[in-house]
Write a protein that binds this ligand. Sequence first.
Ligand code: SDX
Length: 428
Amino acid sequence: MDKAKLIIDDQTHELDIVVGTEGERAIDISNLRTETGLITSDSGFKSTGSTRSAITFLDGENGVLRYRGYPIEQLAEKSSFLEVAYLLIYGDLPNATELENFTYGVTRHTLIHEDMKKFYEGYPAKAHPMGILASMISALSTFYPEAQKSDLSPKEVDITVKRLIAKIATISAWSYKKSMGLPIMYPQNRLSYCGNFLHMMFALPTEDYEVNPVIEKALNTLLILHADHEQNCSTSTVRMAGSSHASLYAAISSGVCALWGPLHGGANQEVIEMLEKIQAEGGDVKKMVEKAKDKESSFRLMGFGHRVYKNFDPRAKIIKEVCDEVLDDLGIDDPLLDIAKSLEEVALSDSYFVDRKLYPNVDFYSGILYRAMGIPTEMFTVMFSMGRLPGWIAQWKEMRDNNEPISRPRQVYVGANERPYVDLKNRK
Ligand code: SDX
């Protein structure tokens, strides 16, 4: 095994260099503190690997994304969301029987306990659906207390997997209906996963509803593209929470909360609000680009930049193509798509973005598609959560199957040195 040499106070320490299956190299510092008394410091973990994972491979320099070795472009074109969920969670593409059983299992767990309907009555009318989703997923754990166990059997993990994937669609669609003051629609087992979600979102008891195959296919593609992305902020949160042996429900609920942030999954909502603002102010994309470059302003070009991709986000490329196809099929002329394209063009010809390798990420065009489907802006990050759920589950399962220790990072203390207590009467 290759070694790295670290010289501290004239003493040389040798550290193993780990090599991944795609040739990535890492210095194994797991024994650094015991050997040298020192730790590393890396705010935001920009140069720190938290685990060794066999689930997703990203090559940020070349814009490569693969789930269990399969290129995202092929999965987006040929696979289904439930097939990709199975691939991520269980490690390989299912055969026909495995896929049929998995699909059957998910389809028959779409109902949530009738008592959970009452929770919706307590939320304020304009409750953000991500707040509902995070709490409802955590609440699911109270209906399945057996899932709290530390030593779940594979069978108990499997049923929890199916319950989560099935019920997130119902919970999400019902939060939309709640926000609209419309009656909820129960799941329909005869429909596909995506078709069932669209039915629960948009069908009404007063009229027939037919799932539009163009929208159903586009949703399937979007969910596949969001399904996993190695150790991003929310996935690392799921792994961190799960490492204490909190239940999978609790770990997923923590992932939903982390994804909500505007720098992460919340960016898809921010992108549309940014495009709407540009439109409202006359469509001057150059002004928005200049504002994003201004260090005096905290504004960032939402949907641009990525911690790993220093080239095009392959997902953004696919979504941009699907946008053109779907809007054309649906006969929709969305001015925000034209604004997004000209914003991309202006930014990518500006040295500020080129020098910093800031390209459109997965969130830049996804909102245009969700809008074309009739999904409201506040639901965009919920859609991201639905897509990312199998990835979160797969990463949690890998962490537990590998018996990884509880995550507990160290720190460098920079606070006050020891000082005596001061009585209140003596304080200034
Ligand atoms: C997702 O990690 C994942 O895999 C996430 C994700 C997934 O699938 O899970 O891909 C999903 O979260 C996509 C990212 C969505 N977020 C946004 O679109 C928000 C806007 N983007 C940024 O805030 C930013 O690019 C991040 C958060 C995505 C990445 O931030 P980094 O890696 O910490 O980079 P940085 O903040 O250190 O930026 C480097 C430089 C800085 O300028 P300088 O200090 O060098 O002068 O680039 C600038 C930043 O100011 N910069 C931007 C910018 N993004 C970075 N400037 C303007 N607009 C931007 N969008």
